[in-house]
Ligand binder design. Sequence first.
Ligand code: ARG
Length: 275
Amino acid sequence: MCRPTYFTVSYEINPWMHPSVPTDTAKAVAQWQELYDTYVRLGHRIELIDPLEGLPDMVYAANGALVSDGVVYTAKFTYPERMAEGPAYAEWFAERGYRVHTAAETNEGEGDILTVGDLVLAGTGFRTSTAAHKELQEVIGKPVISLTLVDPRFYHLDTALMVLSDTEIAYYPAAFSDGSRRVLERLFPDAVIATEDDAVVLGLNGVSDGRHVIHNPRATHLAAALAERGFEPIGIDTSELLKGGGGAKCCTLELRAAVDAAEVPSAPVAVPQAV
Ligand code: ARG
């Protein structure tokens, strides 16, 4: 995770961002801290990357890379405003002994690349290129399924689809092309289908550990559907970070360790700074 020390909305690269609407950085930090504290309370280990001045979107750590079995596929951002984040995250991983594969193709990490068990779902249409999907498949040796996003409000896959467990997902069908929708129906016939009300508050931008699901508390239908499935929904208000077009998932990059324990990178745990 990356503390939103320099968070603001100073440019516009998605329909959620309005530089004319003021942002409250202290509030963003407090909301982020609550997310952080919740993960810790649930027993998760969090590592931190230092925020860099001039990169206000760096808080959205999910975009920093994709980590699969300890292998890092670096991000290569679409817009010049975020370009410098790719090398910053790549350096963090390299310093900690991860095997880093530098992407040649445009991709925005876990924003568009989601792992469901041994399958990888990859979004395209707004940011990540299909060439990156092919490149990624060669790098990690797992099947990469391309899904086309069609609604600019849901510009990253993680705004339209949430992974719940190694076999379960939730998604908002209208965010996808016809063909991609059919692919999702075929692969996940039992998926939780989110309503438009859930989707337009970025309710799908949540994080599941297989049991607890951290989500926008305004996504009430989704929370009820998840509870019915036996998950424990936990609402965390990240409304300030929504002004940049992100929620809990965007702020979280999963460090998927190597399957072979010998390859697990020995990363020191970063000590959280006081807010
Ligand atoms: N302002 C950022 C952008 O448009 C938000 C990124 C949100 N991250 C995510 N994983 N969806 O790039």
